[in-house]
Design a protein around this ligand. Structure first.
Ligand code: TYD
Length: 410
């Protein structure tokens, strides 16, 4: 048993052990580069329903030079519209709002929001990616978001009405630091908006590949609530989304705001968690994960032994967990296709598969794609059909291993 870092109870049990793997976004410049491995073990807290990693890697090692750039994607653009509508309908955001995004990356969301609100500002520690946002006209502070950087932002830009943190509360061993910063910067009636992969979906869809070192927490709304309450915030609303394999968007307010209550949608989600997130449920998820790992290893080994050419599609962090825990590498999978310029020409950590462009795969189509960016399945398959007439089979690993052939029905 270890301590839960969200509710502080001493009740976290080992649920899934994926061994040791290299950092999922630490792409290699060459195959002979030295690679350090770190343990990947998932613990479940029986009190607040939090899943967390046992060991958290130091943030400077993880984030100072970051190769994750938000892809240009129709799926994401739809999600930004749904997120905006949810916040506007709930009166959390309006045309007079000052908005700050934590972990703003290349400024994609802020660029979308900018015409709808009064001002936007991003905060992101990765200089190489923040520079892309600045070049696109999105003011961005290059730093981790915490009380100190929030005070600096407050001095230069004043308080903000909405703080949005998409997929970064899982990425920080001590999310309290972000909440302390939010407490400093947010107006009294302001809204703290937290989007994260939802552990209910992770478990129900068997997405063990979401487990990698950057994901230090696998939040439920119960565990988020436990964390928020320790910092003077209260959950008031939430919606769910299919984005990134299933996510929630939660809204919290400072408890000093008198108008607090929980929306009907939030209450329903909290009730459903009681059915899904038990120690038994998590252990069954671990068993299903081990079955998929074995099944995928066997299927890919057999296809490659038949002399068929396999590429993976998406140099994703989760794809690296998938490949490494399945024991698959460049002997089985010839190339990895990815649209991100910064990733092309590099090699995946552990599996050492070379990353190539999408144009390369239209010109040199394989027999099979292992879809490691399965969260963009529809978009990627449609794009491939449009660009190539090659009879390729897509292998989608979740929720169960499925083969999609030519007309892309399984
Ligand atoms: P993402 O799903 O955000 O992965 P993770 O959080 O696991 O790292 O990343 C998607 C990756 O897929 C990204 O590197 C870009 C790539 N991609 C394509 O190559 N083509 C596409 O059409 C899309 C939508 C994404």
């Amino acid at each position: 048993m270890i301590n839960c870092r969200l509710c502080l109870a001493e009740r976290s049990e080992l649920a899934l052990d994926l061994g040791s793997t290299p950092l999922a976004n630490a792409l290699l410049d060459s195959r002979d580069q030295v690679q350090q491995k770190f343990p990947l073990q998932l613990y479940f807290c029986n009190k607040c329903m939090n899943l967390q990693l046992g060991v958290c890697v130091d943030p400077d090692t993880l984030y100072r030079h970051y190769l994750y750039v938000t892809p240009t994607s129709t799926t994401l653009a739809q999600h930004y519209r749904a997120l905006y509508k949810f916040l506007e309908d709930g009166n959390y955001l309006s045309s007079s709002s000052a908005v700050l995004e934590i972990g703003s990356n290349s400024g994609e969301l802020l660029k979308f929001l900018s015409p709808h609100v009064s001002s936007v500002i991003g905060v992101d520690p990765a200089k190489n990616v923040a520079t892309i946002a600045i070049d696109r006209g999105i003011p961005t502070v290059v730093d981790f978001f915490n009380k100190k950087s929030a005070q600096e932002v407050c001095k230069d830009f004043g308080n903000v009405d909405v703080i949005i943190a998409r997929h970064c509360f899982a990425h920080n061993a001590d999310p309290s630091q972000m909440l302390d910063g939010a407490c400093t910067l947010l107006t009294e009636q302001g809204a703290m908006v937290i989007e994260n992969a939802y552990s209910v979906d992770t478990i129900q869809n068997n997405e063990f590949d979401q487990v990698y070192h950057e994901h230090m927490y696998y939040y439920s709304l119960h565990s988020l609530q436990a964390l928020l309450e320790r910092h003077g915030f209260s959950l008031v609303d939430a919606m769910t989304s299919h984005i990134h394999g299933g996510s929630f968007v939660a809204v919290a307010k400072k408890t000093s705001d008198r108008k607090l209550g929980k929306s009907a949608g939030l209450q329903r989600l909290l009730e459903r968690e009681l059915d899904v997130l038990s120690l038994k449920g998590v252990m069954e998820f671990a068993d299903r994960s081990l079955r998929i790992i074995k099944g995928l290893r066997e299927a890919i080994t057999e296809i490659s032994a038949q002399g068929k050419i396999i590429y993976s599609y998406g140099a994703t962090a989760k794809g690296n967990t998938l490949l490494n825990v399945c024991g698959l590498d460049y002997n089985h999978i010839k190339y990895c296709v990815d649209s991100t310029d910064l990733k092309q020409g590099k090699f995946l950590p552990g599996s050492e598969i070379e990353i190539v462009s999408e144009d390369f795969c239209y010109e040199n189509p394989p027999d099979y794609f292992l879809l490691t960016a399965w969260n963009y399945a529809e978009e990627i398959m449609e794009k491939f059909i449009e660009k190539s007439s090659a009879p390729v089979t897509f292998i989608v690993p979740f929720p169960e291993i499925t083969f999609f052939r030519k007309n892309y029905t399984n």
